[in-house]
Design a protein around this ligand. Structure first.
Ligand SMILES: C[S@@+](CC[C@H](N)C(=O)[O-])C[C@H]1O[C@@H](n2cnc3c(N)ncnc32)[C@H](O)[C@@H]1O
Length: 273
């Protein structure tokens, strides 16, 4: 099992750092709107752009029961609840992030649409076939036992349900430049190649509906984004050493040390998972 101490996320200051940044940006916490959080709440490559593209591709709609597996501070869950009208369950291993996700959900009026639980995505506390969509963005890089991760996603999905992924993989250009947003040391990062990722997904009962390698366009877009410096409300507010991590993220992509995969898979009705 993965533990929070294996990972670079908890700081003990996440909520206080966000509160201070919001106040400095002139935002009132008691009158917060979802759009106030835009650049701050999506902890993955290309931020909100990637989330919007992924939920479009997975055709998430109001009738879907959605699980956000590894929700971070909850940006993906909030976008799905606010813009798709779906009920979302959001789980994360880092209790501090779950507390912040719950606080922000309530602050923007989405507390009733999203349930947040501290849980390990390789050991989900849900019955089989509880969800129609599982979304997971930039989480598997921290997880060594990917077979268990995807077997759990398959178990909790109803037959025909969708698994929507936005993930970093290994590539042939050599070892990672560290730190990166998901790891400050090599033992925190568990990357496999896109081919191995696809194989693991097939073996755990998924059929591929969409598989897009977006490395080049994402690298170009992030390079432009970061060239303008950090926006006042960006991930640097609560992620330690974020500018260096972001620079290495882009450098690893440019040097073909990593790749970025967007994918939607369907839970194969024939598989026993
Ligand atoms: C880079 S952040 C991405 C957060 C969120 N998906 C997003 O895109 O904003 C990775 C997240 O994965 C969570 N995580 C890592 N391993 C996990 C596990 N085994 N179970 C649940 N969450 C996990 C971390 O706590 C962290 O919040």
């Amino acid at each position: 099992m993965t533990t929070t101490t294996d990972q670079p996320y908890a700081t003990g200051r996440t909520r206080a750092s966000i509160e201070r940044a919001l106040a400095d940006a002139g935002k009132r916490i008691d009158a917060l709107e979802a759009s106030d959080l835009a650049m701050l709440e999506d902890f993955h490559s290309l931020g909100r752009l990637a989330t919007a593209a992924l939920i479009d591709l997975a055709q998430v709609g109001p009738a879907d029961r959605v699980l956000d597996a590894g929700c971070g501070i909850g940006g993906t869950a909030r976008l799905i609840a606010a813009e798709r009208g779906a009920r979302v369950t959001a789980v994360d291993l880092t209790p501090e992030y779950c507390e912040v996700a719950t606080w922000l959900n309530d602050a923007v009026g989405l507390g009733d649409a999203i349930e947040v639980r501290t849980a390990d995505v390789t050991q989900l506390p849900f019955d089989a076939a509880s969800f129609d969509v599982v979304v997971s963005q930039h989480v598997q890089m921290n997880i060594a036992d990917k077979r268990r991760l995807y077997a759990e996603a398959r178990r909790v999905l109803a037959p025909g349900g969708r698994l929507a992924l936005w993930d970093v993989t290994a590539s042939s250009g050599g070892s990672l430049h560290l730190p990166v947003p998901w790891a400050t040391s090599p033992e925190q990062s568990h990357l496999v190649t896109p081919e191995r990722l696809a194989e693991l997904l097939r073996e755990t009962g998924f059929a591929t509906a969409h598989w897009n390698d977006l490395t080049e366009p994402a690298e170009t877009a992030m390079r432009q984004l970061f060239a303008d410096g950090q926006p006042p409300l960006g991930l640097h507010v609560f992620v330690p050493d974020f500018p260096a991590k972001a620079a290495n993220l882009v450098r690893n992509l440019a040097e073909d040390r990593t790749r970025l995969i967007q994918a939607v898979l369907t839970a194969d009705a024939a598989s026993l998972a």
